[in-house]
Write a protein of this length. Structure first.
Length: 88
């Protein structure tokens, strides 16, 4: 059961990371902000991006908040992997 929970958590973190990558790629193109997929990506990634933007605002047209969010997700994923390895 524990293995299943850690694998599920790892899968969800990976999926969330891919949402950030998709949002970053879409920001390079002119996309309709009202398109359902774009709105969905913004809705699921904003809860992590907005607090980061308070401390690291966009500079010169570059928004580093999604990249920082990806780094945070990577650290969280690594932390859970270490915790799981300690349980085995």
């Amino acid at each position: 059961m524990t293995l299943f929970l850690f694998q599920l958590l790892d899968w969800l973190i990976n999926l969330y990371s891919f949402a950030f990558i998709a949002r970053a790629i879409l920001s390079w193109f002119r996309v309709d902000p009202y398109h359902p997929i774009v709105r969905f990506l913004i809705q699921i990634t904003d809860p992590l991006v907005i607090p980061i933007r308070r401390y690291v605002p966009p500079m010169g047209g570059l928004d580093f908040a999604p990249m920082i969010a990806l780094i945070i997700l990577w650290f969280v994923r690594q932390m859970f992997q270490v915790m799981f390895a300690a349980l085995i």
